[in-house]
Design a protein. Structure first.
Lengths: 194, 194
């Protein structure tokens, strides 16, 4: 008999849980940030290049989100995704936001931002080892396209220029490489004990 | 319900290949998928790729060979946490199990591959079953040797996978692929338990 996987609490339920805790429900808030982290970072990475700027933007989004949760200002929990996207868009268009506002939010809610949401990852994480294993099996050109696109965060036009190929060919190479990496990353490493 | 974005769509989004209108539409789908948790694998995969690839690049472990000068610089910085061994391009080289506390393992293959390109290193079991192929391994431009730097857990995993490994190096010269080395490694001793 197989043990069933633990049920994953819905985002709506997490939002409702934060409402019933006057001082804030740290676990629920942290989990909500974790759920939206990949898409908030994607939003930031589309617009910002440096790691520091991406981290700062994502933190600002989460701090504003946590403040809204604490103030119960999310009218419809079923539309929380739209709410978070709205925060992203507002912050993006309000680049002149004051440092003082950020500092105040950080003092109030910074402790909620768990390490796995915002901090850089340290140490040889199993995913990093697997990725390295997969990268060694790519051609140098394919490794270059991943480095330019996902480490140096270059645009598709800049990647094409660095590789000295057309934008169309660079896109095809990037997509093929991603497919190969995804396939490799979903399998156990050849060395991995069964 | 909207369709969650694929990772190829997200890749285009991240690298500026979509118009603002297309990007805005994709953001709606991306955040919606994060809320429901259905179809949000693409954003998670690319977020993981970005984080781990950046960490690997910072660590100099992006799946590429080192030059001798880079190895010397690494040894100067981290000598006490590096295990280094050399293998010959034919016959069997015994490799001693290393002590605990090692962070990286450096392998030097004594060979001269100057003038060759697209070097591939294939690992097999002694029965001949292929295990992994390292592609586009660049030899040192001065001495022609191959220098590989591996994160310790992966190197250890390889030797624990099979104490005896067969290796074959092929490379291209004048457009023709040649077998340039065939050798074996044998682990001697045992690793301390973790």
């Amino acid at each position: 008999m197989h043990a069933s996987a633990p049920a994953v609490e819905s985002v709506v339920s997490l939002v409702l849980r934060t409402r019933s805790a006057p001082g804030g429900d740290l676990q629920a808030e942290s989990e909500l940030c974790r759920r939206f982290a990949p898409v908030v970072y994607a939003f930031a990475r589309r617009r910002l290049r440096s790691r520091e700027a991406v981290e700062e933007f994502a933190q600002d989004v989460f701090l504003t989100f946590i403040e809204a949760l604490r103030r119960s200002s999310i009218d419809d929990p079923a539309r929380v995704a739209g709410f978070v996207l709205g925060i992203c868009r507002n912050l993006s268009s309000d680049r002149a936001r004051s440092r003082e506002r950020r500092a105040a939010l950080w003092d109030a809610y910074g402790h909620v931002l768990a390490a796995d949401v915002s901090a850089a990852d340290e140490g040889p994480h199993p995913e990093a080892m697997k990725l390295e294993d997969c990268l060694t099996q790519l051609t140098q050109r394919a490794r270059d396209v991943i480095r330019f696109s996902y480490v140096e965060a270059l645009s598709h036009i800049e990647v094409a220029k660095r590789l000295e190929i057309s934008e169309t060919n660079a896109r095809v190479l990037r997509h093929r490489t991603l497919q190969a990496l995804r396939e490799c990353m979903t399998k156990p490493m050849v060395w991995e004990p069964a | 319900m909207s369709t969650p974005p694929s990772y190829l769509e997200l890749d285009d989004y991240l690298h500026g290949a979509l118009s603002d209108a297309e990007a805005a539409e994709l953001e709606e789908r991306m955040f919606s998928a994060a809320q429901t948790g259905e179809g949000d694998e693409a954003a998670k995969f690319l977020d993981t790729l970005q984080r781990r690839a950046t960490w690997l690049a910072d660590e100099g472990q992006f799946g590429e060979a080192y030059t001798r000068a880079e190895v010397d610089a690494l040894l100067a910085r981290e000598a006490n946490v590096i295990h280094r061994y050399e293998v010959q391009s034919q016959g069997t080289t015994e490799v001693s199990a290393w002590k605990s506390g090692i962070k990286r393992v450096i392998v030097k293959l004594n060979i001269d591959l100057r003038g060759y390109e697209h070097v591939e290193v294939l690992a097999r079991t002694l029965r001949g079953d292929p295990i992994i192929t390292f592609r586009d391994v660049t030899p040192d431009p001065i001495d022609g040797c191959l220098y590989a730097v591996c994160m310790e857990p992966v190197a250890r995993m390889a030797f624990e996978f099979d104490r005896d490994l067969a290796w074959e190096v092929t490379a291209q010269r004048d457009g023709k692929r040649e077998k340039v080395a065939q050798y074996a490694t044998k682990l001697v001793g045992s690793f301390a338990p973790r």
